[in-house]
Design a protein around this ligand. Sequence first.
Ligand SMILES: NC(=O)c1ccc[n+]([C@@H]2O[C@H](COP(=O)([O-])OP(=O)(O)OC[C@H]3O[C@@H](n4cnc5c(N)ncnc54)[C@H](O)[C@@H]3O)[C@@H](O)[C@H]2O)c1
Ligand SMILES: C[N+](C)(C)CCCC=O
Length: 516
Amino acid sequence: MLPGSKSLLPGLPRLFGFAAMSSVTGTYELQEPLNYRGGTRVQPADGNHFEEVYEPATGRVIGKFLCSGEKEVNLAVQSAQAAFKIWSQKSGMERSTILLEAARIIRERREEIAKMETINNGKSLLEALADIDVSWQCVQYYAGLAGSLAGQHIQLPGGSFAYTRREPLGVCVGIGAWNYPFQIACWKSAPALACGNAMIFKPSPFTPISVVLLAEIYSEAGVPKGLFNVTQGGAATGQFLCHHPNVAKVSFTGSVPTGIKIMEMAAKGIKPVTLELGGKSPLIIFSDCVLENAVKGALMANFLTQGEVCCNGTRVFVQREILSAFTKAVVQQTQNIKIGDPLLEDTRMGPLINRPHLEKVLSFIKQAKEQGAEVLCGGEPYVPDDPKLQNGFYMSPCILGNCEDNMTCVKEEIFGPVMSILPFDSEEEALERANSTRFGLAGGVFTRDIQRAHRVVAGLQAGMCFINNYNISPVELPFGGYKMSGFGRENGEAAIGYYSQLKTVCVEMGDVESVF
Ligand SMILES: NC(=O)c1ccc[n+]([C@@H]2O[C@H](COP(=O)([O-])OP(=O)(O)OC[C@H]3O[C@@H](n4cnc5c(N)ncnc54)[C@H](O)[C@@H]3O)[C@@H](O)[C@H]2O)c1
Ligand SMILES: C[N+](C)(C)CCCC=O
C-alpha cells in the first residue's frame, strides 16, 4: 500500500502482489472491430470518417476505426430497445446475479484491461489497475443495490392507498471522456443496468479500446444481446445518439462547452441529462495542517493521470506562514516523480493523451510566465532515454509560484500536470477566493482544526469535498458538480435516481365519489 493511502484508489493493496510485468510498449496493433452491437463486435453499418488511434507512450498510430454514422446509431438503438424489453422484465435479484458475475470477470481480467487502458491512455499501469478495481467495485456495488430497488407504500383515507414503483427509463446513452475510459463506462452502465435500462456507450475517439472489453464482459456474464452496445465516433456520432427519438436519457462526461451542446440537444427531446463536466478546484492548506500529508495531498490533487483529472485541486491556496516550507517540499516531491514507460511498474507519470493536448498544456505554462507566474519546477517537454519512447507525449510536472487569481493558469482548466500555488492569510479570504470561479466540481481542505475543516467545506461551492485527503473515489460516495461543473450524480445510492423514474399508483378501495 502506498504510505498513508488507506483506502485510496480501492484495490491498490492488491497491486503489490502483482507479478512484475515486462513492458510491451510499442508492440500493440489494433485488429478487431471496435463497435459492439447485438452481443458481438461489428464493423459499423455506415460511417463518416476514419479516426486514428494512438499509443501516447510512443506516439505510434496503433490502428484506426470508422466513426459510426446515422444508420449504425439507428441499429444500435434498435438492438438496445429489443434487449431492454427482456432486461426490464427481470427482477432486481436476477439483474443482480448477472452484474455480480460481470464484476467478478472484470476483477479476474483486471491486469489485461489495465494494460490496454495504459497502452491507449498513457496513464501508469499502477493507476490503471486502481481504475479497474474501482470499476469492478462499482459494478458490484450496483449489483448489490439492484435487488432492493423499491418504491413506497402510502396510506390514504378509507383504506385506500398508493404505492410508487421505481421504473427504468429505457435506452440510455453514455458519452465518455478519454481520461478514465473504462471507469467512466462502468460508472454510467452499472447503475443504468441495475435499474433495468439498456445503454449505448460512446467513448472518446481518443480511447476507443477498453470499453469494448466491458461490452464483452457484460455479454459473458449473461446480459441479453444488445443491452450494452458500443458505438464509436466523435461529435457527429454523439449528435446522432443525443437526437435519437428512442433514446430516453443522456449521461455525459466531458468538457463544459460540449456539455452545453448535449443539454441543448437533450432539451429538444425533453430528455434528462447527467452532466459530469470540468473543474478548477481549490485545495486550501492551513498552517496548522500535518505538512507531510498536505504535500502528499497536493500531489494527489494534481498529478494523477498526468493531471488530466476533472476534479483536480489545481488552485492550491497555502496559508502564508507555511508557504515557504510547503513550496520547498512539494517542489522536491514533484521533481522525484518518475516519468516514463507507463507499463513499467515503477513509473508514476506517463505521457499526456496526444500531441495537440501536450502543446495546449505547454502553451498554458508559457502564458502563465508571460502573465508573471514563476515556474518552480517542470513544465517542459520530456524525452525519456528509451529510444522507443522518444516520440511520446511526455512533459515534466509543473509547479507555478507567484500566481494571482486573475491569471489564466488560475482561472482555466488546464487538464495537465500543472499546479498553481496561491498564498492566503485568513480563512474568510481563502474561502471567498476558492469560490470565485464558474466551476464547482471539487474542493479540499487540510487542517487539524476539526471545526474549521467542517466550516470551510460547508462554505465551499463544490459537489465533492475532501478533508485531509484528495482524489480518493470509493464508489459508495456520490460524485458530481455544482455550478458549471454540471449536475446529476454518479456513484452512491444517488445515481439510482438519475437512471430511474417514479410511477405513482393510486388505489381506490371504496366507491368513486364523483362531483358530477
Ligand atoms: N466531471 C467528471 O466526472 C469528468 C470526468 C472526466 C473528464 N471530465 C472533463 O472532460 C474534459 C476532457 O474530456 P474530453 O476532452 O474528452 O471532453 P470533450 O467534451 O471534448 O468530449 C467528451 C465526449 O463528448 C463527445 N462529443 C464531443 N462533441 C460532441 C457533440 N457535439 N455531441 C455529442 N458528443 C460530443 C466526444 O467525442 C467525447 O466522447 C475535461 O473538461 C474534464 O474535466 C469530467
Ligand atoms: C478517480 N478520480 C481521481 C476521483 C477521478 C474521477 C474522474 C474525473 O476525471
